[in-house]
Ligand binder design. Sequence first.
Ligand code: NDP
Length: 449
Amino acid sequence: MAIAMEEKIEAIYQQVKARNPGEDEFHQAVKEVLESLGPVLVKFPEFAEQKIIERICEPERQIMFRVPWQDDRGEVHINRGFRVQFNSAIGPYKGGLRFHPSVYLGIIKFLGFEQTFKNALTGMPIGGGKGGSDFDPKGKSNNEIMRFCQSYMTELYRHLGEYTDCPAGDIGVGGREIGYLFGQYKRITNRYESGVLTGKGIGWGGSLVRTEATGYGAVYFVREMLKVRKQSLEGKTCVVSGSGNVAIYTIEKLQQLGAKVIACSDSNGVIIHEKGIDLQMLKKLKEVERRRLADYATYHKDARYIAEGNIWEIPCQVAMPSATQNELNGKDAKMLVKNGCIAVGEGANMPTTPEGVHVFLHAKIAYGPGKAANAGGVATSALEMQQNASRDSWSFEYTEQKLDQIMTGIHQATYETAEEFGAPDNYVIGANVAGFIKVAQAMVPMGLI
Ligand code: NDP
């Protein structure tokens, strides 16, 4: 029975690969989820009868469009815009926009696919979607960013709505970009539809804690994994890759909980500061001045900057990949384990390659996959939508408490699901199975959608 089921799932995977050629990241994300689903189909035969897996792997709608814009010198540029509306079984599509030159359909589809299960895990009524562009915001002026965002929204607005599709930020899209996007949406539609975008400024519909939420949430998830093992973050040595939104607030919460963060990175290199990362300096460099991480070492003479360095070579007890997909491979994972790493919490989406995941699971260290560990961002986006719908705004303390409860709940659900499906301590199986069941159980009663 089990073998027949695995063959069936393998056939579905091969079909997904053939139907979506060249989209390696999407294949990788699908494979990881499908590998967890054998026992689910045995327990819920209606999912196989209704072809739920085949349907979940096919986005409900994929939108690609031209984004023309002019730079400060008047030169015309053309980028490509994307929005993949993956699954709306449990709520309107929700998921961030990524602006990065590496963006193509395969990246947006992997992110949208993952988002569907992540959003289900939060327990909130949000479906999965993701979007973005191959636009590179690095080195662009504020005016160029504004013109690009306005052009992007001029096409995208017709596909959005607070009951339809509600984007947020991701790599290259933060508060500034959300402001320009929201301004243009409001202008075109003549509606102050707050819930259509999240990550808004505090004075115009944003939620306290949204900026911090992904990083804080990932740390809460690690705290819970360690608690099960009768350990805590207090006094632990940590490394956090990246130095963007997720990395900065991961570092902040780790420090608040008594851990010591000795390294972070960007796409050019690594900063090692044995005394502990100076968070105020990092925030000033990255959030206010929008400078490169290398400049950190000019302010702290006892910090070392290693151009093209590999952050995973630095011995640590807790590692939190918070930059981008496939940034941690099998070799890196082996090195981390060898150097005494006991927990990995993924702030980024799919940062560990399948070989790396295998190493962590085999070594039986606490490994929290992004789907579960970084769900705090989207969960707090849903809290922002709740505040918008009730025309209310909550205090920082109250919102953070809600985030903590949600992350603790996700940890518990993934932990218990893994146990129920015969894979104790395996949060990959726990997250994939719990997320999938929630979406599938909503799809079945809705008929052939
Ligand atoms: P930011 O744009 O704020 O920061 C991204 C960081 O990652 C930067 O330090 C950047 O370095 C680095 N980075 C990006 N691409 C690469 C690359 N190809 N190679 C090496 N380093 C890279 O993005 P976020 O912090 O918002 O996002 C980080 C990760 O977290 C992503 O995987 C995202 O999908 C995920 N995530 C984000 C959420 C959110 O709420 N923002 C929610 C859930 C997940 P550089 O400046 O040199 O490019």
